[in-house]
Design a protein. Structure first.
Length: 546
């Protein structure tokens, strides 16, 4: 049986791409599903000549048809960008710069992160319309089930906000659910009815969306913006008293990153009274069951980050606005606590690439708000977000400042109710911004090393190193010797990093092998050689004689 290392690579060509979630893309109605007419008009309006069409893997089967139609209708040169440099939900500005494109059309699921460049971008989500989800009777039943749960928790003093979010590919189904809820609410007594809050894509110039709002000009003004979306109160105003909101998300259950981003981005939302509706399987679930294990896992990773001594800052994007600022901020914070760090750019993430970094104890993923929540069991190294890294560093700094305390002085504290997913929130002007001097205070020159107990291993760990050695692989002019400093305690080395990673090849044994006649070698495949007999060696094989 061949392995991924010893085969000839032909399986890459013959491999069949399987769409995650099996999204029902209608190949017979490409024009309306992917807004061909609108996209061609947008290309003409912008006056661009070279247009890149970025497709995710699950839409590559229709990419050629879309490209041909756009070339014919727009009269300009369009070409396909199939393999994204990083996550498929992000605009691939790196590939755009490589091919010198004038504009980019992004297809499929999108995180709608703010871009760092000025490349004109058009988002074409593609409207997915599962047949079972368009059944009016079944949708009505789902809406009644949701409404029954909402009205049982409504307080008589104010109207409970009900936030409706959705995967933008399911806008048609989300609007149908909204209409059923709205019609059902109009038949009931007013005053204590839930207040519906609709969401739309929040895009800043030069990015645009090819999918118009189903409300058209009747859409109320936006009351707040979050998670790449703008939110609009339908028929009322948000209540001033603090209360637990309810969230209804319409999207595929397999797309957990987008749902987790939205749910964690709303501290006002009560997870017990929030729901996830999957139009593909037609299953309605409470959000609490889907998020509990995820939150516990993130709490564990924060504790793992406190134990890490060698940390990699892993670049998951080169197009989201502010990525350079957050990298610089993380580097300064790590240096304050004496942690070794290195910045890595490996392109699209997978377990095979990250397995080549056994020396590192932890990776901090700088990516868009959805991709940064990556947590695969296949990854051999723990991966956390910049916010979680700051929480771990702040806790260690607090323990170093007050060894007798319990870390209560930390200004950046991780709690399951308030998690900053977007790293822009950590930068100046963000909702969760805290100056670096407060997250990790400057270390005194005469301070001694402080240790505490790890909750993961039960061993002693150094909170704040006083080593004078460089904590980064950059910025050292002489790498022959490095002064480590007098550490009373040294962290446990990663066992895999102690292996010697050198290969000398086969030993030729020069001058140690006796002189012999040339003989015919083995026959057959390596798994089952045919060994020549002694008679064949003496008389010669029939094949050799012929």
């Amino acid at each position: 049986m061949s392995s991924a290392i010893t085969n000839d690579g032909s399986d890459v060509i013959s491999r069949v791409l399987v769409s995650e979630g099996h999204f029902p893309v209608c190949t017979t109605d490409i024009d309306s599903t992917f807004c061909i007419d609108y996209t061609a008009s947008w290309i003409k309006l912008k006056g661009v000549k070279h247009i890149g069409l970025q497709f995710p893997d699950e839409l590559l089967n229709i990419s050629v048809s879309v490209c041909q139609k756009l070339c014919e209708q727009s009269g300009e040169f369009c070409f396909i960008l199939g393999d994204s440099s990083f996550a498929g939900c992000c605009v691939d500005e790196v590939a755009g710069q490589r091919f010198h494109i004038d504009a980019l059309v992004h297809y499929g699921r999108a995180c709608l992160s703010e871009l760092s460049g000025q490349l004109p971008v058009l988002y074409v989500f593609g409207q997915l319309k599962p047949a079972q989800a368009l059944n009016s009777d079944r949708l009505s039943g789902v809406a009644q089930n949701i409404l029954g749960n909402l009205c049982s928790s409504v307080s008589p003093s104010f109207r409970l906000p009900v936030v409706i979010t959705y995967d933008f590919r399911f806008q048609t189904i989300a609007y149908a659910v909204y209409q059923y809820l709205w019609d059902a609410l109009q038949e009931r007594e007013s005053g204590t009815l839930p207040l519906l809050v609709w969401s739309e894509p929040n895009l800043t110039s030069p990015a645009e969306s090819a999918t118009p709002s189903p409300f058209g000009c009747d859409l109320p003004p936006s009351v707040f913006k979050r998670c790449g979306r703008s939110f609009h109160c339908m028929g009322g105003t948000l209540p001033t008293p603090h209360c637990s909101w309810t969230l209804i998300h319409i999207g595929s259950e397999s797309d957990k990153l987008a749902f987790h981003r939205i749910l964690l981005g709303f501290p006002e939302v009560s997870r017990v009274e929030s729901f996830l509706f999957d139009p593909l399987s037609f299953v309605l679930k409470q959000a609490d069951a889907a998020i509990q294990s995820f939150v516990k896992r993130r709490s564990y990773l924060v504790e793992k980050a406190k134990d890490a001594q060698k940390i990699g800052i892993l670049m998951g994007t080169l197009s989201v606005r502010g990525y350079q600022c957050i990298v610089t901020r993380l580097q300064r914070l790590l240096k304050r606590l004496g942690r070794f760090y290195v910045t890595l750019v490996v392109g699209k993430l997978n377990a095979a690439k990250l397995a080549n970094l056994p020396e590192l104890d932890l990776l901090v993923l700088v990516a868009c708000a959805e991709t940064s929540l990556l947590d695969s069991r296949e990854m051999l190294i723990p991966i956390i977000t910049p916010f979680e890294m700051e929480c771990a560093l702040s806790g260690l700094a607090a323990n170093a400042a007050d060894p007798t305390g319990d870390g209560g002085l930390a200004v950046r504290v991780w709690t399951p109710d308030k998690i900053a997913i977007d790293f822009l929130d950590l930068l100046p002007g963000g909702t969760s911004y805290i100056p670096e001097e407060q997250v990790v205070p400057a270390q005194s020159s005469t301070a001694e090393e402080v240790v505490d107990i790890s909750l993961i291993t039960g061993r002693l760990r150094v909170c704040q190193s006083t080593s004078k050695a460089s904590t980064t692989v950059d910025g050292s002019s002489n790498s022959a010797l490095a002064t480590r400093g007098e550490w009373a305690l040294v962290g446990t080395e990663n066992s895999s990093s102690s292996f010697q990673r050198s290969w000398f090849g086969l030993d030729p044994l020069l001058g140690q092998t006796p002189v012999a006649k040339v003989q015919e070698g083995l026959h057959g495949l390596p798994v089952q050689y045919t060994i020549p007999t002694e008679a064949e060696h003496t008389n010669g094989s029939p094949a050799a004689d012929s």
